[in-house]
Design a protein around this ligand. Sequence first.
Ligand code: TRP
Length: 356
Amino acid sequence: MSSTKPRILTGDTPTNTGLHLGHYVGSLENRLKLQEEYDCYFLIANVHAFTTLAEKPADIRANTLGIVKDWLAVGLDPEKSTFVLQSEIPAIAELTFLFAMLIPFNKVMRNPTLKTEIETKGLGDSYPFGFPMYAVGQCADILAFRPDLVPVGEDQEAHIEMCRDVALKFNQMYSGVGNRVPADEHHKAGGVFPVPKAKLGRIARLMGVDGKNKMSKSLNNAIFLYDDAKTVQKKVNSIKTDRPTMTSPLPEENPLSQFLDAFLPQERAAQIKADYASGKEVMDGHIKAEVGAAINALIEPMRQRRAELETPAGEEKVLSVIRSGINKANAVAEETLYLAKKAMKIDFAQRGVAVQ
Ligand code: TRP
């Protein structure tokens, strides 16, 4: 049953739903392309959601369903890819514990992604033990599926780096892979784990319409994939270009300039940028209308599919998609766990096989 295509794994944490254009160009677009050529696993990190929302199980459940709706609406296809519900994959929890022995505690605590989250979510010093633990858990999410690639946004790079360290160390400690074997050759050299690579999106950091920050749900500067057409155009119109005259250039770092590259055909974007640079008269209003229309054309089918899923029949479909991914995901993750336990010499019994 296992496919010979190279594998990818990536995922989202159901701390909220509501995908925006930053998610799209940073990661979703990549997933859509990759699901055609790769054996894809898309993970809903619902256990990780408890690291910051432990007292809100109903929210986590609603967000879990919401993420799957978002994915289906964008075009991730459960016929081509496997959707993985983290809480139903016991091998992930077991690998987390085993991997926790391979990462120095201080290194986890220095992980820049965790540090940023502690700041931006205002966690202070009262976060639970499980919070930093999730970084180790993420290594297990990934390695349980032995993927080659992990498509993520820029903010996840530190986690992927840690995951690579775990894979290297595991292979060296337990699979006898030599210290000088390059990461790319670990699997060939007998390592249980291929050392996976991060794959960043076409645009790693999409600006918000405020022109100040990265597009983010919490900063009130995002265009959501499910905003209606009018709202999209209004948000694009709100971008300030700060050009003193109609012949002034458009700064490269202005969100409108970035949106040209992100959402218009390459040639058209280049032409508009050349017009701006050459001192021609360019009306921002026209350009914003063109960008708004392009964004609307991109997201219209997603909006429609998302609305269809907000029905009782849609809800049923989402639940059945979640259930159908579980068996396939467990088949792969159990195989990985068995290989890891064998390498660690703790393969006393194979799960599912009666002990004599
Ligand atoms: N931490 C990721 C995020 O917040 C979600 C995630 C969990 C993930 N496990 C993963 C991403 C494994 C990639 C691979 O976006």
